[in-house]
Ligand binder design. Sequence first.
Ligand SMILES: Cc1ncc(COP(=O)(O)O)c(C=O)c1O
Length: 390
Amino acid sequence: MLDLERLRQDTPGCLERVFLDSAGSSLPPQPVLSTVIGHLRREAEVGGYVAADERADDLAAVRGSIARLIGATPAAIALVDSATRAWCEFFGAVPLRAGDRILVSRVEYASNAITALHRARAAGATVEVVPSDPSGRIDLDALDRMLDDRVRLVSLVHVPTNGGLINPVREVVELAHRHGALVLLDACQSIGQVPIDVDDLGVDALSATGRKWLRGPRGTGFLYLRTELAGSLTPSALDLHGAEWISADDYRPAPDATRFELWECDVAARLGLGAAVDYLLGIGIDYAARAITDRADSLREGLGAMPGVEVRDLGVDRSGIVTFTVDGVDPALVREHLANNRITVTVSGRSSTLLDMSARGLDAVVRASPHYFVSDGDIEWVLRTLSTLR
Ligand SMILES: Cc1ncc(COP(=O)(O)O)c(C=O)c1O
C-alpha cells in the first residue's frame, strides 16, 4: 500500500514546494540520493575502479531490476545515458535503404524526428507522419492504410511530452508486424507511471529515461531490445565492452543488448537508477500508476472548472501529464506566478512536439506533472494560486 506520509518523508524536496515537474526531471527519493552520494564519496576514498568493483553485484543487478519492471530479461536491456541515446542507438542500427519508409506519429518528440530526418535524408528514405484520430491518439485506420512492405520502422510515442495522451501500443504493433515493420516505442514519459510489459505489448524496442517518472538520477536511461534482435542489429559505436577484439582483423559483438552500451559510464548514477527502480518495485507500479492518475485527474477537474483556463490534454486514457493554457496569459508568466508561490511546473513549447502543437495552433502550454508524492493539499494550493492569477 502507498503510505503517502512515508513517501513524502522519503522525498525532502516535496515538503518545501509543490513539485509538479516529474515529466521534466523528478525528485529522487532518499535511497537514490544516498546511493549516488555514497558512491561518489567512496570513489573519492578508493578511486573509481575499486569503488565500482566493490559494487559489481549491485551494478549487475540494475539490468535485472529494470527487466523485472517491464517483463523482460536482463540480457534485453542496455544501460545508456538518456532516452534519446537509446532511441538513436536503436534507430541507427536498423538497416535503411533508398526508398524505405519510416512512420512517426503526430506527437513525435523533436529529437527523435530530427534523428529520423537526418538519417532518412542520407539514406534516401522518407519520414511520414501518421495522423491522429479525433481523440488525439494515433489513427489506426490511417496507419493500416499507410503500411506497406517498404515501411522499416514505426516510431510510436507512448506518452507525449506535451500532454496527457496515452497512445495505444498493442494495436500499432499488430498492424506494423503484419507488414514486417519494426516498432520502436518511446517510453520516456510512460516508464514509471504507466505499467509496461514488453511481451504483452510486443514492441521490438523501447527507449526510456531514468530521471522522470522513475525518479532516478539525471544522465541515466535504457534501451530494451527484443532478444532475437540483439544478435542481428549492430550499433554504430562498439567498444571493448560491446564487443570483443579477437584478431588483427576481427571482433565479435556481445550476444545480447549490452552491445549497445559503452564501457565508461557514471557508476554512481547507474547505481542510483537501480535504487530508483527497486524503490518503485517496492511500491508497485500499479499503485504508483493509480496514485498518479488520481492526482492528475483531480488537477484536470479543478482546472476544467476554472473560468478562462483550458485543459489541453488529448486522448481517452490519460497519464499524469496535465497541460493547460490561461486565456490571455503567456504560459511563461503562469509558470512564474506559480513559482513565486512555491509551485514548480514547466512550459512545453511548440518546438518539442512541432507537428502536434502546430496542428492545434498552440505555441506553448503549461505542463503540470504530479507524481504520487503530491498530496491533495498540494493540488488545492495549486488551484487556489491559479485562481489569484487573473
Ligand atoms: C516523449 C519524450 N521522448 C524523448 C525525450 C528525450 O529524453 P532524454 O532527454 O532523456 O533524451 C523526452 C524528453 O523530455 C520526451 O518527453
